[in-house]
Design a protein around this ligand. Structure first.
Ligand code: ABV
Length: 250
């Protein structure tokens, strides 16, 4: 596989957070295959004071603690200097919304440095040393460690070779801008709940049509806002007109 490999460097005050998740399943296999390489760096190692202080009270007063600028910037500069050119990302609720599209853009990079802030915030001056800020959603977590894992997971699975041919990301929810169609596996009947007969028919044309229609119906019901950004065929548009009785969504 050419052009696959991705290096992730994570800067955190909780390095142990990453021990178990990165040892599981597809991410571990991707690392073993040399398709991704993850290094975790402890921001505390970049402090210079006797107490290895990473946070302090906010200027101007108020509750909580703020992550200090010197250790974070020293960590960023040290890690950047250790390898190839990197995009430096700060995870924060104030960042641009993470999306499948952004994951695809990031997957085309060779190296990402991900800075995990804490929930009270980081000194504003850190922002002068990062290339972009990303939020994984409108809720507040205790720190940027889980968002860093989310980003690494979503990006890694888009790197050629990380998923098997059977798990191709081409047909993902969101790859085409629509929600996924309903999936079934054996048995054919579970507690009276049947698998839709078309899926047992062996008629691959009909199966494709059914799945596309189910994707559209599910998206219209659950996430109507996605329809406008989806890649739709003329046949899709005809179905949406039938289902909604209008073409205002097209
Ligand atoms: C980063 N919450 S991203 C750091 N939704 C702390 C909290 C937090 C993030 C997000």
């Amino acid at each position: 596989m050419i052009n696959g490999k991705m290096k992730f460097d994570v800067l955190t005050i909780f390095p142990g957070f990453f021990d178990s998740p990165l040892k599981q399943s597809i991410l571990r296999r991707a690392a073993e295959a040399g398709l991704i390489d993850v290094s975790i760096h402890n921001i505390r190692d970049y402090t210079t004071d006797r107490h290895r202080t990473t946070d302090d009270a906010p200027y101007g007063g108020g509750a909580g603690m703020v992550m200090k600028v010197e250790p974070v910037v020293r960590a960023i500069e040290s890690v950047k200097g250790q390898g190839t050119e990197a995009l430096v990302v700060l995870v924060t609720p104030q960042g641009v919304p993470f999306s499948h599209e952004l994951a695809e853009e990031l997957s085309r990079r060779r190296r990402l440095v991900i800075v995990c802030g804490r929930y009270e915030g980081v000194d504003e001056r850190v922002r002068a040393f990062v290339d972009m800020e990303i939020s994984i959603g409108d809720y507040v977590l205790t720190g940027g460690e889980i968002p860093a894992l989310v980003i690494m997971d979503a990006v890694s699975r888009l790197i050629p070779g990380v998923l098997g041919a059977e798990e191709s990301p081409k047909s993902d929810s969101f790859a085409n801008g629509l929600l996924e169609y309903p999936q079934y596996t054996r048995p054919e009947v579970f507690r009276g709940l049947r698998v839709p007969p078309v899926l047992l028919s062996g008629n691959h044309g009909e199966i494709e049509k059914w799945r596309r229609a189910e994707s559209i119906k599910r998206t219209l019901r659950r996430r109507p806002g996605l329809i406008r950004g989806a890649k739709l065929t003329d046949e899709d548009k005809k179905l949406i007109k039938e289902l909604t009785g209008s073409d205002e969504m097209l």
